[in-house]
Write a protein that binds this ligand. Structure first.
Ligand code: FAD
Length: 491
């Protein structure tokens, strides 16, 4: 067996795969279409501001450290990852606030302030979340689901864990207060799912956060990408930027390499796709090889919502605003229905606000604040014309920010810009511009998601958000760990 491996795409799943393959002695080439690495986790720089484009909440940081340990390196010499005390501040339309923190006692007090009867329910919810975590994360997140019988074997325990319930219904069994139900069922939105339809397996995130905490990389998430790029250079991963794989070379069901936009042919024994699997099967491979069942599987897929992310600097500092804030608008279920089902835009938005300067002043020029606000919107199956709608939508967001968390922000904004689902479709090549690839529904999880070892081609593998276990940094880093178990050994 010879040892050439190509990784298509430099999202965190792709980078982790390149490092893990190198540790297994593969000769690895990583190809990224954009001029910088990181995919959704890249960084935008503007006039002294550092804007993390995507992920900001770092959980399970040991998964990042493991990549350095594979080469006996000390992560602290590359990047500093620190725990946060206040994980999230939740705000409601009546402007009442709830701090969710690393201190369990404080959390119970906060719950008690809203509804003292829900304190016991919350303790029970956490205990149940731990059971799901033990099964869904510790046991299954880094295991390949290529075999239907392996999936079948898991079904009884998944049923016992109530995986047939949505996260919202699951949480509602423990908590009576509507505000608390929203707070503790919001996690699917962080990985592209509707809390009202995402399988309750994702309630494991509650315990995952409790176990390892919520972290921040000093200098922003981009510093994790820079650190991993440095590691890749040290260990001899070849990195090609600014070139796009336009075809995966196959002969019937075998893989031989890739062709890039600049007309390079690069041969390889294995190809690992970090690019979005539905996009890869649709545009980079010969559809004739797909079996009838596989075609059906692709056709029935539901995609995650789109994202409108508005990045801006503020000449004034808003010192009362926490690092991570989640604001719930008046309509919630109805809003999610409009986003996921009806696929229409609405004024009554909910949002996530990132203020890294709450922890790290280096993210903005002196005495200024750095922000991004993320608003879930329909993906591009909506046919929304973002070139016509985006400016109007930006104004709606600014008005909402001004009337909720950032009074008079319109007077202080500078260096602003935004991305829409078009960015995800065109720049990152994600089908339908979805923010997180396919949705985390039960019918699209584990065996039913895109397999890490291609179900069609020999030598083709998938990592990243569209594969098992799914989106989010812990998910995509775990998908790279699965490679260790399924790529051929080099003899
Ligand atoms: C705004 C936002 C906020 C988020 N917040 C969080 C958070 O706080 N915490 C968290 O854990 N997760 C968060 N997530 C989710 C997390 O960022 C993603 O799930 C994860 O980073 C995706 O990684 P990936 O490995 O799937 O690759 P991606 O980041 O999707 O990268 C894929 C790469 O492949 C490249 N590519 C595609 N096609 C080709 C081709 N043909 N040739 C060459 N290159 C190609 C793309 O350019 C891209 O760079 C967030 C996501 C977004 C968008």
């Amino acid at each position: 067996m010879s040892n050439k491996a190509i990784v298509i795409g430099s999202g965190l799943g792709g980078i982790a795969s390149a490092i893990r393959l190198r540790a297994k002695n593969y000769d690895v080439t990583l190809i990224e279409k954009n001029s910088d690495l990181g995919g959704r986790a890249r960084t935008f720089y503007k006039n002294g501001y550092t804007f993390d484009a995507g992920p900001t909440v770092i959980t399970a940081p040991y998964l990042i450290e493991e990549l350095f340990l594979l080469f006996k390196k000390n992560i602290n010499e590359y990047v500093k990852i620190i725990p946060l005390q206040i994980w999230y501040q939740f705000i409601f339309s009546d402007l009442s606030k709830f701090n969710y923190t690393s201190d369990h006692k404080v959390n119970l007090q906060e719950i008690s302030k809203i509804n003292s009867k829900d304190v016991i329910g919350f303790e029970k919810l956490l205990k149940f979340s731990e059971k799901i975590f033990n099964k869904g994360y510790l046991e299954l997140a880094d295991k390949p689901f290529s075999n239907f019988f392996f999936m079948l074997k898991q079904v009884p325990s998944l049923l016992l864990l109530k995986s047939y319930l949505s996260v919202y219904r699951f949480v509602s069994k423990f908590l009576k207060n509507e505000k608390l139900r929203k707070i503790f069922s919001v996690q699917p939105l962080l990985v592209g799912g509707n809390p009202f339809s995402t399988t309750s397996i994702y309630a494991l995130i509650l315990f995952l956060e409790k176990k390892w905490g919520v972290h921040y990389a000093l200098g922003g998430t981009g510093k994790i990408v820079t650190a991993l790029e440095k590691l890749m250079n040290e260990i001899g991963v070849k990195i090609i930027k600014n070139d796009e794989v336009v075809k995966i070379i196959t002969d019937k069901k075998n893989i031989y390499g890739v062709v890039t936009k600049s007309n390079k042919t690069i041969n390889a024994n294995i190809v690992v796709c970090n690019a979005d699997p539905p996009f890869v099967y649709k545009h980079l491979l010969d559809k004739k090889q797909n079996t009838f069942l596989f075609e059906k599987k692709i056709k029935r897929m539901d995609y995650s919502m789109g994202l409108f992310v508005y990045y801006f600097g503020s000449k004034k500092k808003y010192n009362d605003v926490q690092h991570h804030t989640i604001y719930f608008g008046d309509s919630y279920k109805d809003l999610l229905n409009k986003i996921f089902e009806e696929k229409i835009l609405t004024d009554d938005i909910s949002y996530y606000l990132h203020r890294p300067t709450a922890t790290d002043p280096t993210m903005a020029p002196k005495d200024k604040d750095c922000f991004y606000v993320l608003v879930p919107v329909p993906n591009n199956l909506s046919k929304i014309k973002w070139d016509q709608e985006a400016e109007k939508f930006k104004k709606i967001i600014i008005k909402k920010l001004s009337s909720t968390l950032l009074p008079n922000i319109e007077e202080y904004i500078e260096n602003d810009f935004y991305i829409t689902p078009d960015y995800f479709e065109k720049e990152l090549r994600t089908l339908h511009g979805s923010g997180f690839s396919i949705q985390p529904l039960f019918s699209q999880s584990a065996y039913f998601r895109f397999h890490n070892k291609s179900e069609i081609y020999k030598g083709l593998f998938f990592v990243g958000a569209g594969t098992h276990p799914g989106a989010g940094i812990p998910g995509v880093l775990s998908s790279a760990k699965i490679l260790d178990k399924i790529v051929p050994k080099i003899i």
